[in-house]
Design a protein around this ligand. Structure first.
Ligand code: NAP
Length: 359
């Protein structure tokens, strides 16, 4: 019986590395997919502040760029649809980035049931093409490109207990999470087989005033801000006792950059290590505007809650602290009050987006 010979991994240090401290070197370029999303915007600003050149992709035609444009000065914007497999290789050839952060995704967990095929193409198959493109680029140019994949706590599924770490089992239960879990394992496989500097950040929920209004934290902030401005609105929620480990997007993009800058590629849980319930979030949001009448603004609709989602998700971010020197620095109350404050300003000024909202 003939044994299949496994190609030996090519250690990242055998190819040119732009991470070496060469003061003569031209500015490094980072390619961020999904730059008009919440994390893409924060990461672009973070890297620009560190002296990187940033190229950011937006979805052609239906992009959220119009909304996020006020925050993206200095970013070179290019159109790219993640489902366009070949286009990614062209982007890498054209911009020759030193780092790629894959943040674009079909990111709405619940809606992935309506479009499971699109979720798979966007969140899984696109990552296959990205990793293949980086290999081809390395072979052709002897240039190692570091890769970061936005993985998610959703990969752990619904039956979880206690703090989750990098060794916890994946039991994904939604098309979104199944595709993300497949991408996560691809990243590990390409790292081990080909020596790519490719890392997963297993991101727990993180928010900001700039996340889409379809996500629950944004809805809660908005309803509290509306109440503060004398408008009675309600938010429909499935279960107030669901617990999540909520952090701030601004903190989490710092963890992403640290993972890419770390000499050795690896996988990291990115979370705060604390959970709060949706009830806590409502209480904090209404407290931020001096109110305690949150019950009047909630419609309980149990059918909105799905058994495919975990009742509680808690991160154990000890490895990121140990290896990257990273920990979340924004408290839950600061996060929620910051979101409500920006929504109050949006309502009172009538200006939906402004760089001034970044604080
Ligand atoms: P987001 O605001 O929804 O951003 C996702 C971006 O992906 C959007 O700019 C979206 O463009 C783009 N996109 C979607 N489909 C695309 C396609 N086919 N081609 C090109 N671009 C496409 O998400 P986020 O909160 O910044 O999250 C960033 C990453 O972290 C995502 O991969 C997400 O799955 C992951 N993650 C986030 C959280 C969280 O709590 N925020 C938690 C765990 C993991 P349009 O706006 O034009 O659709």
């Amino acid at each position: 019986m003939s044994a299949t010979r496994r190609p030996s991994p090519r250690p990242p240090h055998t190819v040119r590395s732009a991470w070496m401290d060469d003061v003569q070197a031209p500015p490094r370029t980072a390619l961020i997919t999904g730059v008009s999303g919440q994390d893409g915007m924060y990461l672009a600003r973070h890297l620009l502040a560190q002296g990187w050149q940033v190229v950011g992709t937006v979805r052609p035609g239906i992009s959220s760029l119009a909304r996020m444009a006020p925050y993206l000065a200095g970013v070179e914007i290019v159109e790219h649809d993640l489902t366009d497999a070949l286009g990614f290789g062209d982007l890498v050839s054209r911009h020759a980035p030193q780092a790629v952060y894959n943040l674009a995704a079909f990111s709405a967990v619940g809606r992935s049931w309506d479009q499971p095929e699109l979720a798979a193409r966007t969140n899984h198959l696109a990552v296959v093409e990205m990793l293949q493109s980086l290999l081809r680029h390395r072979d052709k140019n002897a240039q190692d490109v570091r890769f970061f994949q936005a993985s998610t706590a959703e990969v752990f599924g619904s039956e979880v207990e206690g703090p989750l770490d990098e060794e916890s089992s994946h039991r994904p239960r939604t098309p979104y999470a199944i595709a993300k879990s497949a991408a996560h394992h691809l990243v590990i496989s390409y790292r081990e087989r080909y020596g790519l500097h490719a890392s997963n950040g297993i991101l727990f929920n993180h928010e900001s005033p700039f996340r889409g209004q379809q996500f629950v934290a944004g809805k809660i902030a908005r309803v509290a801000a509306s109440a503060a401005c004398g408008r009675h609105t309600t938010v429909a929620l499935g279960d107030l006792d669901v617990e999540r480990d909520w952090g701030s997007a601004a903190d989490y993009v710092d963890a992403m950059a640290r993972a890419v800058g770390h000499e050795v590629p690896d996988d990291y849980i990115i979370g705060t290590g604390q959970t709060h319930t949706l009830r806590d979030m409502l209480t904090a949001a209404f407290a931020a505007v001096g109110r305690d009448d949150m019950e009047d603004h909630v419609e309980l609709m149990p059918h909105l809650w799905s058994a495919t989602q975990a009742q509680a998700l808690l991160a154990d971010p000890a490895k990121a602290a140990r290896q990257l020197g990273w920990s979340a620095s924004t408290s839950f109350d600061e996060l929620v009050s910051g979101m409500v404050e920006v929504d109050v300003r949006r309502i009172t000024t009538g200006v939906a987006e402004s760089e001034a909202y970044l604080g």
